[in-house]
Design a protein around this ligand. Sequence first.
Ligand SMILES: O=C(O)CCC(=O)C(=O)O
Ligand SMILES: [Fe+2]
Length: 265
Amino acid sequence: MNADIVESPILADVFGELGYSTAFAITDLELAYFRDLISKQWIAHIEAMHPEHAARFREAGLERYHELSHLISHSDLWPKEQRVLAREAVAQLVQLDFIQRLRALFGIDFRISGVVFFSKSIPDYPEIYWRLVRPGVTTDVGSMHTDRWFHDILSDGEPLYGSDEITIKMWLSIFTEPGRNGLYIVPGSHLKNWRVKYTPGSDGFPRPSLDEPLADDEKYLVPVQPGQAILFNENLLHGGAVNAGSTTRVSVEITFVLKRSALPQ
Ligand SMILES: O=C(O)CCC(=O)C(=O)O
Ligand SMILES: [Fe+2]
């Protein structure tokens, strides 16, 4: 598509030279809503698995989770299955006005991509999931990748998206310290073809990642305030930054699916 004729400044950036935009944010009230739903799911799972520690975690709260995470097995507790918001929570979130504001800013309609795990996808269940990245823990972040590489292997026999569809990822800060943690992106990288390799994760499923050297100065740690979003192209290289802050980084991911034909050709 020709980014010059896109009227939406956000879409012009996501599909233009940059490949991403930080122009969108949710309101403080909407952020409080996200925080509340995530905190509830987080503490309910801790309560179910480790009732003996739940009171301490509840008192510390999400942002100080890392101070207590040595009490539990972090990697066993938080596979993606435990971080996907429940249907009821999603149903509440999609009623919030930020979805309408995004529609207005895009100037075209979209749907939220469905829940997908390596082992299966779940129909009629829009996917909104969160992530915890503790200060200084290198294993809490993955390597540089494009989401497209995941889409291509998360096919479950059938392609995740039709050839008439295109996706935009929203990475939303719930708790971040700008400049100290968050997401690295490589501006403009969506316009190139990068070599990819596949490494099995602890669950045995392959994880795609960049198979080329990348100079440190090619990566940009996008400074985002809580409530601020990074909207980015499915072909943009990105990856989590090791948390150099003092609080647990919490972020949310949502994939929007748009009809290619709705975009200016
Ligand atoms: O937040 C992270 O560490 C990685 C996020 C990511 O890969 C994404 O938003 O697609
Ligand atoms: Fe990603």
